[in-house]
Ligand binder design. Structure first.
Ligand code: ADP
Length: 261
């Protein structure tokens, strides 16, 4: 609580009383803390790959380059770490774009089945690589109004996560429910699942249940924060159900008619 005060005087300059203003700054403090945490997280995430890139290039220049096997191995690491930096920077730019108040959506009529059919080839190689069976049960002519490239981004992110957090030979199912004024698109996997107490936090920036697993699969920890912003810009919502070692299901609710704020 922040308190500011000022005396009040009547016309004859006689002291009349005092005004006290009580200002609840809990929210401001919270926002300030979140901002600080974010900067600390970004710095940390950037520092790790940079340190590794520098370390391996220095070792190469110090003579390790002469060993061909080492040269190849270190260059692979440098390539991987610079890829990580690149994804992180791209996701940060994306996040700052979708978090802006004036974030613009190019709204058009979208056939949901078409949208999902279009993005399946984009995720196909990851799905095949892990020998995962993915089935889409989404069909029909249902139309929703929204920004198709942003919504594609949402579903690519959710499907990519389903692939990352599911073991070899896993299953991914895409299903669809059509209601009067909205649709629900669900992405279900039979992967590692999310502990109940962590579920409310997974949409936070940089929050990961298992840091090492996320990094190894090329995750930045920003994907779901971006997804949530895009869905909310469409006035929709996203929900999660999950059981550890059983699997996870994300439900995305989108309205058929887009309403401006
Ligand atoms: P990341 O880049 O780490 O995948 P996200 O923001 O996309 O970041 O997801 C945040 C965290 O939520 C992940 O690190 C993971 O712990 C958890 N998560 C997301 N999707 C799934 C899923 N389908 N199954 C299990 N855990 C998931």
């Amino acid at each position: 609580l922040e308190v500011t005060g000022a005396p009040i005087f009547s016309e004859g300059n006689k002291w009349k009383g005092i005004v006290l203003v009580f200002h609840d700054i809990t929210n401001m403090k919270k926002l300030e803390q979140m901002r600080k945490d974010f900067v600390a997280n970004v710095s940390h995430e950037l520092k790790t790959p940079v340190t590794s890139i520098r370390g391996f290039s220095e070792t190469l220049l110090d003579g390790a380059m002469k060993d061909e096997a080492m040269l190849e191995q270190f260059l692979q690491i440098i390539l991987k770490e610079s890829g990580r930096l690149q994804s992180l920077i791209l996701d940060l730019l994306e996040l700052s774009k979708v978090e802006r108040e004036d974030f613009h959506l190019a709204v058009e009529s979208i056939n949901i089945q078409q949208l999902l059919d279009d993005l399946l080839p984009i995720v196909e190689h990851q799905v095949k690589e892990k020998n995962i069976s993915m089935h889409s049960h989404i069909q029909g002519e249902t139309i929703v109004e929204g920004d198709s490239s942003r919504l594609k981004q949402v579903f690519i992110n959710l499907i990519t996560n389903a692939v990352h957090y599911t073991g070899e030979n896993g299953l991914i199912d895409l299903t669809f429910e059509d209601y009067h004024d909205h649709v629900i698109i669900s992405i279900q996997d039979n992967g590692v699942g999310i502990p109940e107490e962590e579920i409310p936090r997974i949409f936070e920036r940089f929050y990961r249940v298992d840091k090492a697993r996320s990094r190894n699969s090329g995750g930045t920890g920003l994907g779901l924060a971006i997804v949530k912003h895009i869905i909310e810009a469409h006035h929709g919502s996203i929900q999660v159900e999950s059981d550890v070692d059983v699997g996870t299901i994300f439900h995305v609710k989108l309205f058929k008619k887009f309403t401006k704020d």
